[in-house]
Design a protein around this ligand. Sequence first.
Ligand SMILES: Cc1ncc(COP(=O)(O)O)c(C=O)c1O
Length: 398
Amino acid sequence: MVHSYFSARPAWAEINLDHIAHNVKQFRQQIGPMTQIMAVVKADGYGHGAAKIAETALHSGASSLAVAFVEEAVELRLSGLDVPILLLGYTDPSQFSSLVQYRLTPTVFGWETALNFSALAVEHDVVLPLHLKVDTGMGRIGLLPDEAGEVAARVARLPGLKIEGIFTHLAAAEESDETYTREQLLLFNRIIESCGESGVAFPLVHAANSAAAINHPSARYNLVRLGLSMYGCYPAPDLEGKGPELLPALTFKSRVILVKEVPGGSAISYGCTYRTEKESLIATIPVGYADGYNRLLSNRGHVLIRGCRAPVVGNVCMDQLMVDVTHIPGVRLNDEVVLYGRQGAEQVSVEEAAGQIGTINYELLCAVDKRVPRYYYQEGKLSSILDYIGERIVCLGS
Ligand SMILES: Cc1ncc(COP(=O)(O)O)c(C=O)c1O
């Protein structure tokens, strides 16, 4: 338990681990006992801090983890997690020794890579588990449907390799028009069937991301790969109310570091893109685009102070932004500011901010920078702090 803590910068993200647990448990109940949950914690757990999220997800019903590449997986192993970790992206055979040392499962989607891995496994007298990836319509990594059956059969005969799973990724599972997803699943089923005919069976078969886990029960097979929904966000607004009730886990917070009264006509921030219309109260917040608060939110975004919305005025700077608080009574130095999340009855969701700048909630969550410490809450209490630039932090007590 953390008793007291002093951070040099009044900017932090609160991560509610009970919400992560709730979200995973909701899926656990809905998808049935025959389907495993793989918690996707790449990109530092979508900005939430991979190790804590992984640990919480595993306690709440997930049985394996997925990241994009070796280094992300090594971080999880070093934090003491012992479950299977799938590398969703490309793993170069030059990283073979890390795969063995840290017991990682690469994704293979090319004959040559399989051949290289097989030679290395034989040379080191080990068996390397892997998942095969097929491209049924996403258009990025994956064996094409025409070659998948034949390559799978050949890989299955290579010494030193053990195919533990086969998977594909759905390109449009969040769309209300289900045609494309149905076509992808049809192709995927045909590939698995043809592999079966040539005697290749897969212990794990998976296709579903969050959207498919919610929207397409037939895509669940015996494992779903949950990313965004585990963090409490919906991949598309249409999915709200369809699947489990999700609770967002991240709140991005700061404090007011200055409030000043400026006359009408005052320019605010670089480029003087905002001028006050009348005498105004302007508050400075010590968060900028280097912290992951997107500069496109200049003159567009809102934050919450004293339970009220305050518009971002002028350009967001690297380390600071300004908001107009003229309409909010009593704003003072050190008042808490919510950049994403709830305060009182008000909310500024990542979806709102993403919508304002033409991007998606995924990107804004991943963008919360490592300058911002993560404060983990469990059962309403601060349970631990992840500070990526800890030298500047003084921990009081333990
Ligand atoms: C291959 C793969 N599977 C699963 C996921 C998780 O997707 P989501 O965050 O939509 O649940 C991702 C995320 O990008 C992915 O790339």
